[in-house]
Design a protein around this ligand. Structure first.
Ligand SMILES: [Zn+2]
Ligand SMILES: [Zn+2]
Length: 211
């Protein structure tokens, strides 16, 4: 059967997201997810704060390295930003996590370097990337070329976006087991791009907040 997990969710602990910790749980359940990875920009505060028995929470971080964004999955200690990508991968491993390259083909989203080969997995489906199908296709080819496991996530910054894309992981509901399953490649990315209606709602709401 497998677990449905969205491995890329930003909460209000990211400067550019409006998603409260309560929203994460509510929307994840509504979408039928078994769990989410909280991957805020350069902080693990939200990931550590979210305590719930309703869904599985995988702690994580999205680090702004000198060579683009990098996801640290199963990380509970902060990883400093603005280091080289190889050094950041090393720090993520030291912290007990795995390094996943997010949105590697979305040129406008600060993608991680494609010259690096030491990632543990590649996020081939990123629901907030446009054009979704083309970038998913190119990211899959990139992952296949390196022979690396594939994941999917929504990159949500607005609650209704949670679970647009996700990963089916063949694993027991335990964070360490899930990480092992990703490393083994027991993953299938699933889902779609965020619908235009939802993108529009998010834009209108963020403009309203600024006025
Ligand atoms: Zn990113
Ligand atoms: Zn992100």
């Amino acid at each position: 059967m497998g677990l449905k997990i969205d491995f890329h969710v930003h909460t209000c602990y990211s400067c550019d997201s409006s998603i409260t910790l309560k929203d994460v749980v509510g929307f994840a359940k509504k979408r039928g997810l078994d769990g989410v990875a909280i991957t805020d920009h350069n902080t693990v505060k939200g990931a550590l704060k979210l305590k719930t028995r309703d869904i599985l929470v995988v702690p994580g971080i999205e680090v702004s390295t000198l060579d683009g964004h990098l996801l640290g999955i199963n990380v509970t200690t902060p990883i400093p930003a603005k280091l080289g990508i190889e050094e950041t991968i090393h720090r993520i491993h030291e912290a007990g996590g795995i390094a996943v390259a997010p949105h590697p083909t979305a040129f406008y989203k600060s993608p991680p370097s494609r010259r690096v080969r030491s990632y543990d997995a590649i996020e081939v489906m990123n629901a907030s990337s446009i054009p979704f199908s083309v970038l998913t296709y190119l990211s899959k080819r990139f992952a296949e070329g390196l022979g690396l496991p594939q994941t999917g996530g929504s990159d949500s910054h607005y609650a209704p976006e949670i679970g647009s894309a996700y990963t089916v992981v063949e694993s027991d509901p335990d964070v360490d087991e899930i990480v092992c399953a990703i490393k083994k490649g027991a993953t299938v990315p699933r889902g779609n791009g965020i619908p235009w209606k939802t993108r529009l709602e998010r834009t209108v709401l963020s403009l309203k907040r600024k006025i």
